[in-house]
Design a protein. Sequence first.
Length: 149
Amino acid sequence: MNFRQHRVGTLALLTGAILATAMVGGCKNKESQIAGKWADDKGQTVEFKADKSFLQGTGNTATTGKWTFADPTITVSIEALGGKPIDEALKGFSDLAMKMNPNGKKPDLAKLKAELASITMTLSDDGKKMTMKMPAGSNAPAVTLTKQG
């Protein structure tokens, strides 16, 4: 799995988890239900915290950021990848991509950063699952998260 596929999977996991929680109960009740751990079918987990931050992974694989809620949508904004601030992480990704394919097209970091700053998810009616549809043009399948515990 390459860096981009890993990040797309992570984004999908985060986005699905956020939106699923948002659709349960009244607006304040729904928002309070977002906090907790969510997992995809591969066992990758993301924790949404009551302070409206989230964490997926640890150390050099950690993805962190903030989430907001506007019933029924949760929007995730990634602020750090691999333990590095988003701008630094994306610069490293661009450098690596160019080393691997020197004649290839340089990644559009502004577009990628914008995508990572506004990921949305949809919560199931029963509030136990959330799903993120991948951006147009993506080959990746939608990712569904299930509330843990």
